[in-house]
Design a protein around this ligand. Structure first.
Ligand SMILES: Nc1ncnc2c1ncn2[C@@H]1O[C@H](COP(=O)(O)OP(=O)(O)OP(=O)(O)O)[C@@H](O)[C@H]1O
Ligand SMILES: [Mg+2]
Length: 315
């Protein structure tokens, strides 16, 4: 069981979209995946069409009443993908726990109590856009963090604070915690700024910056309102393609590489990713003028086959 906290205290950067889409891709690739919603906005629970009631319970019951995880897990429409949902009652939990001793370790204890048969391969925790008790519980329970980031001018602001909190948790409460991966989300490759921000992120995080980038894609924005994952809502969209590619990178980073053929078969996309053995004849591209918006790099899929993440080095 590998527990991943999907975290960034900045709001609206793609945490929930990444949690659901990565989780659904991993489940379709045969992994047993548990999503946990730790955000009082409960966006993730709605995204996978999971509503709570008093009988079924929510993550609030786990944190406040020590209800076991196994009692709170609900299935989703994606086989292999289950969820511990949240509802708005989670909003009051920070205050309820404020004076409780050991409040940061509740979630870790709950995962420790799972017996072998109940343990999923991967747990993805969708954190709220704040560094309070809820996020602290995620960081203490997790083996690693996944940081979705937008490639905007102010994106790196706040990273110092986040890495400081991660270091503090690592020192005091969870020596295993690592920064697993930083994932650029809602990327617009047509702007020069994107390239500059990516360079800065790479300087800061080194090889923990993902090779994959999630492009801006309207289908990803639509999917939650249908209570569907991107793979059900728009399986051929660039959003689906990018998250397939990231799922493959994620598994590779965890020592479980997926063959291109297998990925294409499961995704139902014959042209997903380049097969390195296939020589691709690149058409001669016109050099854009230095001041044109496209000058920082190719737009969308660039000169490669559709769906391939564009090389950041670019022309
Ligand atoms: N690659 C993308 N392209 C276009 N829209 C996207 C993309 N990723 C996410 N969105 C949309 O942007 C909004 C914010 O994304 P998301 O909810 O995943 O961010 P978040 O970090 O979880 O936000 P919060 O901090 O509020 O929890 C949502 O409406 C989502 O559907
Ligand atoms: Mg969210």
């Amino acid at each position: 069981m590998r527990i991943v906290a999907v975290i960034n205290q900045k709001g609206g950067v793609g945490k929930t979209t990444t949690t659901v889409s990565l989780g659904a891709a991993l489940a379709r690739l045969g992994r047993k995946v548990l999503l946990m919603d730790l955000d009082p906005q409960a966006n993730m629970s709605l995204h996978v069409d999971c509503r709570t009631d008093l009988a079924s319970g929510s993550v609030t019951h786990l944190l406040v009443e020590d209800r076991p995880i196994a009692e709170l897990v609900q299935p989703t429409s994606t086989p292999g993908l289950s969820v511990v949902p949240a509802d708005t009652s989670l909003g009051g939990v920070e205050q309820v726990l404020a004076n409780r001793i050991g409040r940061e370790t509740i979630l870790r204890e709950a995962f420790d109590a799972l017996d072998a048969a109940q343990r999923p391969d991967y747990v993805l925790i969708d954190c709220p856009p704040a560094l309070g008790v809820l996020s602290a519980n995620a960081l203490v329970a997790a083996h690693e963090v996944l940081i979705p980031m937008q490639t905007e001018y102010f994106s790196l602001q706040g990273m110092a604070k986040l890495t400081e909190v991660i270091e503090l948790v690592t020192r005091r409460l969870n020596t295993e915690l690592k920064i697993g991966c930083v994932l650029p989300c809602m990327v617009d490759l047509r702007t020069r700024l994107t390239g500059e921000v990516l360079d800065n992120i790479e300087q800061y995080f080194g090889d923990r910056l993902a090779q994959t980038m999630i492009r801006n894609n309207v289908k990803l924005a639509e999917a939650p309102s249908f209570g569907a994952t991107i793979f059900d809502h728009a399986p051929e969209s660039n959003g689906a393609r990018d998250y397939w590619e990231f799922a493959a990178e994620f598994l590779e980073r965890h020592g479980e590489p997926v063959a291109v053929d297998e990925l294409r078969r499961v995704a139902g996309l014959d042209d997903l990713l380049w097969d390195e053995s296939e020589e691709v004849e690149e058409p001669e591209a016109d050099e854009p003028e230095a001041d044109e918006p496209g000058a920082a790099g190719p737009a969308e899929t660039g000169s490669g086959p559709e769906g391939r993440t564009v090389d950041r080095e670019g022309p």
